[in-house]
Design a protein around this ligand. Structure first.
Ligand SMILES: Cc1cc2nc3c(=O)[nH]c(=O)nc-3n(C[C@H](O)[C@H](O)[C@H](O)COP(=O)(O)OP(=O)(O)OC[C@H]3O[C@@H](n4cnc5c(N)ncnc54)[C@H](O)[C@@H]3O)c2cc1C
Length: 481
């Protein structure tokens, strides 16, 4: 870190008051309940293994396309080869659509094991493959049809679209899919607000629904009741998971927990903490490090659900988030009135104690990325060190609370105040492997939890790799999906 003179490491020896009565009572009670060597372990909950999930996805693709590989030897001429390629890519595209739905169904075991951000990346990459497969299927199946019919390209294509089984719907579905792909291209997405992009994305559900009947007309399904059954079961399971986890569970939870804004606390000119109360909060089973998608039922805010991490361990009396105002939604939080109803969807996220492999832990937080790390700092077992980086002193929020936790558990905090992100494009983070190794002796043996803006987490990750920390021990959450 460039400006060592402006950086000060704090090994806190005295207690410091937490900033609010809520937080003070809670931090003291939670810390007092446990001794340093008797850390709380959250009960094990089902979580998917990312490698096994990927293996299952690939095995499913191989199974779905088994029929294509028999009779390959009998293909003769371009029409047959076009037909075969169209068949293979059609099957794969249909299968990929179901997988994409499962990836965004917010199934808790997938989310905890793989992480929301990684699932979102898989979904985005899978979406690109699906578009390519669909377009190749479209071109090859049309070419095969035209060649076999012996009609002109235009006439043959029109006849296929009008007379082909389930074709008009499939073409409409493909058009919708391509439309969503276009608005998801980085350049286009930058011009749209997140919410508009998000709601346009719902058109993919309609696209999948429209194309489903056409999928079952392929040669692999015509003579195989088993294949039709399996395909229907695959799609039914994906739709049921989506309906249950994304739509019914949030409604059920909203009615059960009846969350409301209790109190707004100004942490810095740009950062507020929102305290929420409700009923049966213990049943939420939110782990330190996790986040919810919050829908505040206030004018202009009810139609968007934004992700914010818990900045204090969940407890039966209140939940707390700490938010930096960067846009319309986050800035509006400071203006919320106590009593405002809230729907919380979650808990989500894999940045939890379940990732910890050893006793020594380093937490690196950038700016408001301190939110989930604050809860981990209090609750992770073992020897914990926190590096908290911000541009200015006033951006070091929750500081007295952190100092208090450090005092109670004898942990070390390094606060660094610098123009950390260099230029405003957020790329030049002055984090180096050498500096980190000097700051934290024995660093390669640590588990490292990272959270902050993407520029900072990328730079920190590279620095940690250079410092000898293996990838599997770097656990990160980025605040942009
Ligand atoms: C897992 C996770 C945890 C987060 N935790 C915190 C936290 O504890 N404290 C905090 O201050 N910030 C947190 N963020 C960042 C926070 O969600 C965004 O800053 C906020 O949603 C911006 O919304 P806006 O309308 O104010 O700004 P905008 O200018 O409208 O959005 C800025 C960017 O935020 C992202 N964003 C906006 N809306 C959503 C949405 N509904 N879902 C996903 N991304 C969205 C998009 O990338 C968008 O480009 C977290 C983000 C993620 C992904």
């Amino acid at each position: 870190m460039r400006t060592a003179d402006r950086q000060h490491a704090v090994r806190v020896s005295g207690s410091a008051a937490a900033p609010t009565p809520h937080a003070r009572r809670h931090a003291a009670a939670a810390a007092g309940r446990r001794r340093r060597d008797e850390p709380r372990r959250t009960p094990a909950r089902a979580q998917a293994n990312p490698r096994l999930v990927l293996a299952a996805v690939h095995a499913g693709a191989a199974l779905a396309t088994t029929g294509c590989w028999t009779g390959l030897g009998s293909l003769a001429g371009p029409a047959d080869w076009f037909g075969w390629t169209g068949r293979l890519t059609g099957l794969l595209a249909g299968y990929a659509c179901a997988v994409l739905l499962v990836l965004v169904a917010r199934i808790p075991a997938l989310d905890r094991g793989i992480g929301t951000d990684r699932l979102a990346r898989w979904h985005a990459a899978g979406g690109r493959y699906t578009i390519v497969l669909t377009l190749v299927h479209l071109v090859c199946a049309t070419a095969a049809h035209v060649a076999r019919e012996g009609a002109g390209a235009v006439e043959g294509t029109i006849r296929l679209v009008v007379d082909g089984p389930g074709m008009p719907e499939a073409v409409a579905g493909t058009a919708l899919l391509v439309g969503v792909a276009i608005v998801s291209v980085r350049e286009a997405r930058r011009r749209l607000s997140y919410e508009i992009w998000h709601y346009l994305h719902f058109a993919t559900y309609a696209a999948v629904f429209l194309a489903f009947a056409h999928q079952l007309t392929g040669p692999d399904f015509e003579d195989s009741p088993l294949m039709r059954l399996l395909w229907r079961a695959l799609y039914l399971s994906a739709c049921a998971a989506l309906l249950w986890h994304r739509f019914l569970t949030p409604v059920r939870r909203a009615l059960r927990h009846r969350l409301r804004v209790a109190h707004i606390q100004l942490e810095s000119p740009a950062v507020v903490s929102v305290y929420l109360t409700g009923e049966h909060l213990d049943e939420l089973r939110a782990e330190p490090g996790q986040f919810f998608r919050w829908r505040f039922l206030a004018p202009g805010m009810w139609w968007t659900a934004n992700p914010y991490s818990l900045s204090a361990p969940a407890n039966p009396r209140f939940l707390r988030i700490t938010v930096k105002g960067v846009g319309d939604h986050s800035r509006a939080l400071g203006r919320l009135r106590p009593g405002t109803r809230v729907w919380a969807e979650g808990p989500y996220g894999a940045l939890t104690a379940a990732r910890q492999r050893g006793r020594k832990v380093l937490l690196i937080g950038g700016g408001v990325g301190i939110s989930p790390l604050r809860t981990l700092f209090e609750t992770l077992p073992g020897e914990v060190t926190l590096v908290y980086m911000a541009r200015r002193d006033e951006d070091l929020v929750l500081r007295r609370e952190l100092d208090h936790i450090a005092a109670v558990r004898g942990a070390t905090i390094h606060y660094t105040v610098d123009d950390l992100y260099g230029s405003t494009n957020g790329r030049s983070v002055p984090l180096t492997g050498r500096h980190l190794r000097t700051l934290i002796p024995g660093l390669p043996g640590y588990d490292v939890y990272l959270c902050g803006p993407s520029g900072m987490t990328t730079a920190a990750r590279h620095a940690l790799r250079r410092a000898g920390v293996p990838s599997r021990r770097i656990h990160l959450e980025c605040f942009d999906f």
